[in-house]
Ligand binder design. Structure first.
Ligand code: FAD
Length: 508
């Protein structure tokens, strides 16, 4: 074929205009590469899910009459590098024209730009037709501002896409129902297992191991349960609407030792590899809510839509506005190593044990586990942001740098000094206890700050504020914490306790 068109593993958008008609002059190229399996150590479920989704996507294109060249990881021709593979395929096809879809990662964007600059071919980059805002939109929207307030971006998106709106005003009179979305889960009879779409991946897992790809985590019973086709993604969305939606917002921040998914949609992987589009999800959810207002109240609908129309687009916008510098930001100058038990789950802290174990077994933790359990702990412990990033970027099935980095360095670690968040997300045991049932059966005592079995979150929380006073005390949203700290009588003991825990992080 004269014209090669590249599709990366997270660009599986079957609704793209590229696929409207088949053209004998066009060959679509997809490739599994060590370059991609090895840029960070990924969870095994993540690598498998991406490869399964890519293979299914390639087959579907072929069934529709398109020409496809698919390079498997073990293809003898495969050079394992994107640029070298492209050179090889361009020569093989005697192609005179090369197109690619705009990558979401800065790393690949740079690589492809350089590739094109150095070759004498007709080349072009095309939008993925997935996101609701252009790469550069958010940077323009917040030009000159220090903090990028998500809420103002989100309201703009609601208006632009006419979601939950009427005559330019929010449909139910209020923009945001976040205050109603903060309950602890007491009635576990409400819980449902996730939709079972699991497939046997024993053979493929073994094959991947034989290729020598280093991974983390497991696939329990060799059953992989992530949606890997568009059809499966739509089924997950339907399951969410019919079974989980009614409780989504109410228990969005809740955590429970007997459940790993609660009322979360589990759509992030399908969204991030573009099997399903954000607008489609948002419109479908809005439509479902409209027709089921007796079962699903507005707080659930608005809360869910905000995550996708607001947070997801916003994080991507921040990424493109701030890369590549963002990758280096370390506002607190944190340097500690990641505790070893982040790779095993072997800690006496119940909340962390649960969040990490499930991350290793499911390649998934929900937002509050990521933010207020693992992220909170790593920030309090002063772990180097590059170590934190490496963990988050590897372990979650939905982790791609554009959304991982902004959530991790920005929202969770405050390493950007307050672009994404107005204050660090930190808490003592109190918050974790309020939102979960972990503390009751923990080795540590939630109410103790010092002494035997004192919950590490408590002393580390106060120590974090004390050691960062110069960076945080002037923040009006934190003033209260410093006034409380000033009045505390056992400051010295608390800081000693924290110092002891920080010295023995690996043994907690
Ligand atoms: P639901 O709770 O059902 O939410 C629905 C959808 O909203 C998600 O699928 C997701 O697409 C979107 N969404 C919700 N919150 C966010 C957010 N903060 N940023 C962007 N999109 C959001 N999300 C990723 O997709 N990839 C990541 O690598 C990633 N890393 C994170 C790291 C940290 C430290 C934190 C605090 C959050 C991270 N998130 C990441 C955001 C969020 O935790 C996940 O999107 C969510 O847990 C995915 O599960 P779900 O599909 O069941 O989400």
């Amino acid at each position: 074929a004269k014209h090669l068109k590249l599709i990366l593993g997270d660009q599986l958008n079957s609704k793209h205009s590229w696929f409207k008609e088949s053209d004998p002059d066009v060959c679509f190229v997809l490739m599994e590469m060590r370059q991609e399996t090895d840029y960070v150590v990924h969870h095994i479920q993540k690598v498998l899910s991406i490869f399964i989704a890519m293979r299914a996507f390639a087959s579907q294109l072929e069934e529709k009459g398109h020409q496809v060249q698919y390079l498997r990881l073990d293809d003898p021709k495969n050079t394992q590098s994107l640029s070298d593979n492209l050179d090889m395929l361009i020569a093989e096809h005697k192609a005179s024209h090369f197109s690619y879809l705009l990558p979401d990662e800065y790393r690949l964007d740079t690589q492809l730009k350089e590739f094109c600059a150095e070759r004498d071919l007709k080349m072009e980059a095309v939008d993925t037709e997935h996101f609701l805002s252009e790469r550069e939109h958010l940077g323009r929207f917040f030009k000159g501002k220090k903090t990028y307030l998500m809420e103002s971006f989100y309201r703009d998106m609601r208006k632009k896409y006419d979601i939950l709106m009427e005559d330019g005003e929010p449909l139910t009179g209020k923009w945001n129902y976040d205050q109603q979305n903060r309950n602890k889960l007491k009635d576990t009879s409400l819980l449902l297992p996730p939709l079972d779409q699991s497939r046997d991946v024993a053979e493929m897992r073994q094959w991947l191991e034989e290729q020598g790809v280093k991974t983390i985590g497991t696939v329990p019973n060799d059953r992989l349960n992530w949606p890997c086709t568009r059809k499966e993604a739509i089924e997950v969305l339907r399951y969410f609407c019919e079974k989980l939606f009614a409780h989504f917002g109410t228990y969005q921040d809740a955590m429970h030792s007997e459940d790993r998914f609660l009322f979360h949609s589990r759509l992030s992987f399908a969204l991030n590899v573009k099997l399903i589009s954000p607008l489609e999800v948002v419109r479908q959810v809005e439509k479902y809510w409209m027709g089921h207002q007796e079962q699903v109240d507005i707080a659930q609908a608005e809360g869910f839509i905000r995550q996708i129309l607001g947070w997801r687009e916003y994080m991507r916008g921040v990424y493109w506005a701030k890369m590549p510098d963002y990758e280096q930001l370390n506002y607190f100058g944190h340097e500690r190593a990641l505790p070893k038990w982040f790779w095993t789950g072997d800690t006496k802290m119940h909340c962390l044990r649960h969040a990490i174990t499930q991350s290793l077994e499911e390649a998934y933790a929900h937002h509050i586990q990521r933010l207020m359990v693992t992220g909170n702990f790593l920030l309090l412990a002063g772990v180097a942001p590059e170590e934190v990033d490496r963990w988050y970027l590897g372990i979650y099935v939905d982790a791609f740098q554009w959304v991982e980095l902004t959530n991790t360095r920005g929202m969770s670690q405050f390493a950007d000094g307050g672009i994404v968040g107005t204050k660090p997300y930190v808490s003592s045991a109190n918050y974790i206890d309020k939102m979960s049932n972990y503390c009751g059966s923990c080795h540590y005592v939630k109410s103790k700050k010092t002494g035997d079995k004192a919950c590490p979150f408590n002393s580390l929380y106060w120590d974090f504020y004390a050691r960062n006073e110069d960076k945080l005390a002037k923040n009006p949203r934190i003033g209260m914490a410093y006034r409380t700290w000033e009045k505390m009588k056992d400051k010295k003991e608390i800081r000693e306790q924290a110092a002891f825990y920080l010295k023995h992080l690996d043994e907690l």
